[in-house]
Design a protein around this ligand. Sequence first.
Ligand code: FA5
Length: 351
Amino acid sequence: MSDNSINNLKQAITKLRTQFDNEDLDLDAKKTAYLGKKGSFNELSKEIKNVSNENKREAGKLLNELKQYLQKNLVDNSQQKTEWTDLTLPGIKQKKGHIHPISQAIEEISDIFQKIGFTRVRYPEVDWDFYAFEALNMPSDHPARDEWETFFVKTPQNKKMGKMVLTPHTSNGQVREMERLKSKPPIRMINVARCYRRQQDVTHTQMFHQFEGLVVDKGITIQHLKGTLDYFAEKFYGPGTKSRIRPFHFQFTEPSFEVDFSCHICKGTGLITDEHGDKNKCSFCKSGWHEVGGAGMVHPNVLKAGGIDPQEYTGFAFGWGVERTYTLKEGLNIDDIRYFYSGESRFLKQF
Ligand code: FA5
């Protein structure tokens, strides 16, 4: 630079400032471009060596001011970005969860039974063979045990209680409830719990839920059982729903039954009338009825295992799948219970 060197420097500083003010870069990129090691400021500072000695002091001052301006604006910009909140923007709605449909069903079922004096209880889901089988009139070599496709737990065997199992049904609660009440009826329990079996298809999952009713008192008959089933049918499935019991076999009830509820689509007839007036088989139930589980009059041996005298007391019991019972509700008609445990939120969101 000649004598004009200080003027040239001043022009270069103005040019750099204008460029800085108008440049639309993000903060980090701008810092590097202007204040970085090879940035515009350092490049411009090199020009000081061309300024005459008498103007060097002024040139130093101008460059200093320029640096402070750049630093201040780079910091100020970043502060503005983080502090700025547009209060007129709509808020972000938090997603609301809800309880799982099977938990909803359990609450509804429990309420229905609690209204007629049943007490909700829960017993271990990992329990002794004794409560799951032996005390239910199924000694260790009894072939009926095979139907429960049980998971056994690797634990040392207890002399009286046997091995430990993942409970394959809620019937393990029967003798436990008799023991809890010190073998003194009346008993009115509703036991809802997880159950486990080596099964998997559209109507079976390895983990599922059952609810077990047990009533023991003087003079309990099949009529009380049937009355309870009819009450549940109307409350859970709606007015007009009927219950039906069919002869069956369970080791722990005598007599034993399978329990059906009438289909809400064909109203128990098994037939649907189409738009031409022709009658066709109901495709949901095929027979007018849906089976939900088992029931029966408590076997005298089970009462004895619970310390209750079968000459003095009688009782009824039932055990149904929560998933199965729930899927038959009007408006649901779910044909594969595995959806409940698939973790598929598009399915679960509907409840
Ligand atoms: C029993 O488990 C008996 N303990 C029921 C009982 C209790 C009878 C008291 C008499 C007195 P069962 O194996 O049929 O019976 O099962 C009853 C119901 O549980 C079935 O009808 C079905 O609704 C449900 N269930 C059984 N296994 C599964 C499974 N793997 N997945 C889903 N639901 C199941």
